[in-house]
Design a protein around this ligand. Structure first.
Ligand code: SF4
Length: 342
């Protein structure tokens, strides 16, 4: 079972210590004997250790930067939510296909923001603008927030905040099973807790540094029993030898874990594996030994935003995948809602 994340190195922005969470985290990391450094800005960490890009990347992925979020204008996060809520940036996981590799470029270190109350106040303003329409906030657009939350409890604070709103909803997705501190949060049904799941083979080969499937499923059972609305993102769906059995088995294990009385309100999102040329380049640099299939000739091209094309599976493969996964899902979870397949 994967242990919770412990940073090897922590940076603080001096201003972060003006906030109670900043002070608390400093005390916590000092107590853990972790090296602490100061940085003028969470956007510029210049003196990260490491002799080459490969080493620097790995050290950055285990470095935590504690800062203040200055930009309080939230990005949009369609289609799953109206806004992305920025509690953290970056992730300690090493998923070979992680989109953060391309979006975060030279800053793969993990940032957590301690001005949580200001971020939540801003969320309240967005909610007020749209009321009485519901406004949904996605907390995992730029990080796997659950992975670091056992240290910060930011997410717990946010879950309880949204639990008290009439028109605000929170959602996030995780590949980690460290959820115990969130089980007693007063969520009031306003947070949808989603797990990213996959066939065992895919997790084992392409998602180092994250929790194994069995732990994620066990955590999903706990979350369901704590009364949270639950969801699963099956992503990326990846064709490999024995993929049909692998994905079927994943549903079987979910079926064995989840209580019957939570099954009326489960959502599934399905995303097939895709890559772009810039992503392929960065994957080959960061994970040169990867077995991930990135052969453009085997895929079909889907036009992407900003003119960057995506390479997705052939139409017949996509149809086979869809049919197989839908059939398994409907067998075990006939009342679940499919949000989309893409
Ligand atoms: Fe990226 Fe999610 Fe893997 Fe973290 S857990 S490396 S955010 S894909």
């Amino acid at each position: 079972m994967r242990k919770p994340f412990i940073p090897q190195l922590v940076y603080f922005e001096p201003k972060a210590l003006d906030y109670p969470l900043g002070k608390e985290l400093k005390g916590k990391f000092e107590g853990m004997g972790i090296e602490i450094r100061t940085t003028t800005s969470h956007n510029q960490i210049r003196n990260l250790p490491g002799d080459n890009d490969f080493q620097k990347y790995r050290i950055a992925k285990s470095t935590l930067v504690v800062g203040v979020r200055k930009t309080l204008k939230f990005d949009t996060s369609k289609p799953s939510a109206e806004y992305a809520i920025p509690f953290a940036t970056g992730c300690m996981g090493h998923c070979h296909y992680c989109y953060l590799q391309t979006t975060m470029g030279s800053k793969p270190y993990i940032r957590t923001y301690v001005n949580v109350e200001e971020i939540l106040e801003q969320a309240d303003k967005y909610i007020a603008e749209r009321a009485p329409e519901i406004t949904r906030f996605e907390a995992s657009c730029t990080s796997d927030i659950v992975g670091i939350d056992y240290l910060t409890h930011t997410l717990k604070r946010a879950i309880e905040h949204f639990g008290q709103t009439e028109y605000g909803r929170l959602r996030f997705v995780t590949k980690f099973h460290h959820v115990d501190h969130l089980l007693d949060a007063k969520h009031n049904g306003n947070t949808r807790f989603r797990f990213s799941i996959n066939a065992d083979y895919v997790i084992k080969h392409f998602e180092p540094g994250t929790s194994p499937l069995a732990s994620r499923i066990e955590a999903a059972g706990k979350v369901a029993r704590a009364g949270y609305p639950l969801g699963f993102i099956v992503a990326p769906i990846y064709l490999h030898e024995g993929w049909q059995e692998g994905y079927y088995h994943m549903f079987e294990r979910l079926d064995a874990e989840l209580p019957q009385d939570v099954r009326d309100d489960i959502t599934f999102e399905f995303i097939q594996h895709r890559f772009t040329r810039p992503a392929k380049k960065v994957i080959e640099k960061n994970y040169p030994m990867t077995k991930l299939e990135l052969d453009e000739a085997k895929r079909r091209v889907k036009w992407g935003k900003y003119g960057i094309n995506k390479f997705i599976y052939q139409k017949d493969e996509e149809e086979e995948m869809k049919e197989h996964l839908y059939r398994a899902m409907e067998k075990f979870f006939p009342k679940a809602k499919i949000e989309y397949f893409t």
